[in-house]
Design a protein around this ligand. Sequence first.
Ligand code: SF4
Length: 216
Amino acid sequence: LKILQQAGLIEMAEGKVKLSEFGKNFMEVKAEKAQDASADLSDAKPVAITEVRQLLPCIADSTKFRIIANMAPPLGGALKALEPLFPRGRYSERIGALIIQRGDVLTTVYGTGNVTMTMIKDEAEARKNLERLKETINEAIARGVAPAPREKVRVEPMEIYKYLPQTNCGECGEQSCYSFAIQLMNGEVSLDLCTPLKDPKYRQNLEHLQVMAEYI
Ligand code: SF4
């Protein structure tokens, strides 16, 4: 509670706790974000996985693999309409790609047709996941309409905190890593401010946090 108070999200008086004005605004902004409508699939054609080009050791964990594949025809902006199909899917306007998190596996489908998948056990798992991805997309295209928008996965500060170094070093200007997690959710700070995350030992954490930042 003290951390939430420091972050300005709650007020405590006479033993009672209530949301501050800032906290209320913060909750409203999150609710609005969850109601983003999706787009149109009418021009999209069924896709096929045309090739799995590379199987490389994963940067974050050398026992796992990273693949680069190709999906054709490219889905372009229609990818945005597919976002609600995936419980942890997020379309990024910035990179023009749909990012899907499933356990440790991170799949990025670019509007250009490129598909990358990280933290894969072997090629068989990669092909199975790509097949499932293709089927899910083609079913939505066959229906001819975009899936109904649904509530997005909400990223909680504790989930962000889990991947921070948890040293409370203060280099980001916050008193604690948890406070930094809250400020990150508020959009008040950017991930770059946590400089310890640049240490190679936190590479995997950073990758997860970058994906989570797309949900915020
Ligand atoms: S710089 Fe990173 S590790 Fe240090 S307190 Fe901030 S969030 Fe935590």
